[in-house]
Every structure is written in structure tokens, then in C-alpha cells.
Design a protein around this ligand. Structure first.
Ligand code: BG6
Length: 325
């Protein structure tokens, strides 16, 4: 099936009510995706930043700080920042890379959907480096992000990074989908899927340690990079009776971050008490940086679902393979 045929089966980008572009905060362009049962997703072109994911009851599933600044060059605090071409603030590049602080465009040449895809609202975004970017990271690339809202309300992000260098040089990068989940009360939350894994502790100079055998719970600041994680991780919110399931493909690491009270107070764009209502679990590629030769493409995916907590814990299936794009 040709691209145009397969795409016409779906709710194509910016062509109908399932996807529209409007002005958001401070006049920044924002795309709204709508699914037939009422779930919605909002994505700012600034940073290709998902800032909202609401279920069919209109409940917000992502955390965005009440103090978030929607103004370049600051990254939006909350939602799903894209960390590229580096996670963290090692070296001369800005913290978590520049992709989250650049204006993306609607992709004029989006990748095709697999032929069996129907009833999805989606948008395809594109980032290419500016002359200024090339001065701080001298590599030519095309980063294509597809944000898709599935018929069951699942939120999927597919990233494709291509090396378009014409000088024959490879480039190397690290990456994270820095997802901020909204939780009722951090002390009532547990994360399953990371037990017994090795992690690098960002609070101890990336010292390597091994997690204990129980699900992870929270009573103080945490900033850990879990290594070689399973393709499925769950965040169980006891009070909300809700479980977030993160499925990921091609992203071996998972960062777990909550700033807790002291760091919360130190961040200008974060409320003092807001740490109680958020948790970042970030599908990432950090320990083993990705190297692409000219012409090579790297494709990874994260799929988020929110299910009632009748979901049984301990049922994580690390072998589940993601299908479709
Ligand atoms: C997390 C890092 O991913 O992001 C933390 O592990 C960092 O170390 C946090 O503090 C927030 O980063 P930023 O740049 O958005 O303030």
C-alpha cells in the first residue's frame, strides 16, 4: 500500500478534528489530538513538548508545574521534555540538550504508517539544527517525532534520528523521554519493574549500585539511572487507584527522579510542594551512548497507558514486543 493510501486510513495530521493547531500559552503554537472516546493530548511545537494527556474523564495524567515558564529559551517544567542530544549536563552542551528548547515544525515528509493502522490521532514533528546549533553541536541531523493518541487513549511517542552529515562523520548522543507523571501523593506510589537492577546514582556522582528486591517506594529525593531495564515498567498510584504502564522499545535505561522538598524550593519554575504530586520515570539511552554513521537512522518508541489499579502487580512481561509505529 502506498503512503498516501495508508495515511488516509488514519486521522491524518492537521486534516480533521482529531488534530488541530491553536495558540497556547504566550501565543506559542500548540497541537491538540483528540480521540473518539474523549481522551486528548496537547503538544507544543516549542520543544515538541507534550504538555497534557487527559483520559476520557478529562483527568490530567501528566504533571506540569503551576510555575512552568512557557517562554523560550527555558524548557517547560513538566509534561514530556525530549532530552537530546544529551541527557544530563555533562560537557559543554546545555543540560538535557537543546531539542527541548527549539521550535520544531510540522514534518512535511513524515514516515508512513504500517498498513493496518486505523483510528489514530497523530502529528509528525521535525527538528533540524540551525546554524547556531551547529556551532555548539557540529552535526547535521533530522529528528522526526510522531506523537500518536491510540483508540484506547494510549499515548505513543516514536523518535527517529538520522545522521545527515555530509562530512562522512558519525555522531554520538544520549537521550531520554523525560516524562513527568501526575500522582496523587508520592508517598502512596510504587514503581515495579526495576527491582534488583543496577543503577547509577546521580546523587552520588553516578556511583553504581544494585536496587533491592522490593518495588520502589519514595520517602526522599531520588535521582537514579536504572540500567538494562525491562521493556515494561509500572507506576502504581494507590490513592488514585490508577496504574501507569510504560512500554518502551530501544530504550534500555530508565531514570527515576523526584526532587523532594529542598530541591523543589531551589527550582524557580517548580512549586515548593509540587514534588508530592509528580514522579519522573524516563525511558532513556544513557549508559551506552548511541552512535550513528551518516545515513543511519535510530528509531525508538515509548507507549504510555493509564489503567485502573485492578491491574495486578507482578504481571510485568519483559518480553512483550511493541508493534506498529
Ligand atoms: C532528571 C535528572 O532527569 O532531570 C536530574 O536525572 C535533573 O538530575 C532533572 O535535576 C531536572 O532537570 P532540568 O534540567 O529539567 O532541571
Amino acid at each position: 500500500m502506498s503512503r498516501s493510501e495508508s495515511e488516509s486510513e488514519s486521522s491524518s495530521s492537521l486534516e480533521n478534528k482529531s488534530c488541530e493547531i491553536i495558540k497556547g500559552i504566550n501565543g506559542l503554537d500548540k497541537i491538540i489530538l483528540r480521540e473518539i472516546h474523549g481522551t486528548t493530548v496537547e503538544v507544543y511545537l516549542y520543544g515538541a513538548h507534550v504538555t497534557s494527556w487527559k483520559n476520557d474523564q478529562g483527568e490530567e495524567l501528566l504533571f506540569v508545574s503551576s510555575k512552568a515558564v512557557f517562554k523560550p529559551p527555558k524548557a517547560i517544567r513538566g509534561g514530556i521534555p525530549i532530552c537530546f542530544p544529551q541527557f544530563s549536563n555533562l560537557g559543554s552542551l546545555e543540560a538535557h540538550g537543546f531539542a527541548r528548547c527549539r521550535l520544531w515544525s510540522i514534518d512535511p515528509d513524515p514516515p508512513a504508517f504500517p498498513p493496518n493502522v486505523t483510528n489514530r490521532a497523530y502529528v509528525d514533528l521535525l527538528l533540524k539544527p540551525t546554524e547556531e546549533d551547529l556551532k555548539i553541536w557540529p552535526h547535521s541531523f533530522e529528528y522526526r517525532l510522531r506523537v500518536t493518541l491510540g483508540p484506547g487513549g494510549d499515548l505513543m511517542l516514536t523518535s527517529r534520528v538520522r545522521n545527515t552529515n555530509t562530512d562522512g562523520k558519525p555522531f554520538t548522543f544520549t537521550f531520554a523521554y523525560h516524562t513527568y507523571f501526575s500522582v496523587s501523593d508520592i508517598s502512596e506510589v510504587r514503581v515495579e519493574g526495576l527491582e534488583t537492577l543496577d543503577y547509577l546514582d546521580n546523587l552520588k556522582n553516578r556511583e553504581r549500585n544494585t536496587e533491592q528486591g522490593d518495588a520502589i517506594t519514595f520517602e526522599s529525593e531520588i535521582d537514579k539511572i536504572y540500567l538494562s531495564t525491562p521493556s515494561k515498567i509500572a507506576i502504581l498510584d494507590h490513592e488514585k487507584k490508577r496504574t501507569f504502564v510504560i512500554r518502551k522499545d530501544g530504550l534500555p535505561d530508565a531514570v527515576v527522579w523526584n526532587p523532594w522538598d529542598k530541591k523543589a524550593k531551589a527550582m524557580a519554575d517548580f512549586g515548593d510542594e509540587e514534588y508530592k504530586h509528580m514522579l519522573c520515570v524516563e525511558a532513556a539511552a544513557i549508559e551506552k551512548p548511541i552512535t550513528l554513521k551518516p545515513g543511519e537512522e535510530w528509531k525508538v518508541r515509548q507507549e504510555l497507558s493509564a489503567v485502573p489499579s485492578s491491574y495486578c502487580s507482578g504481571q510485568l512481561d519483559p518480553n512483550k514486543v511493541l508493534k506498529g509505529s
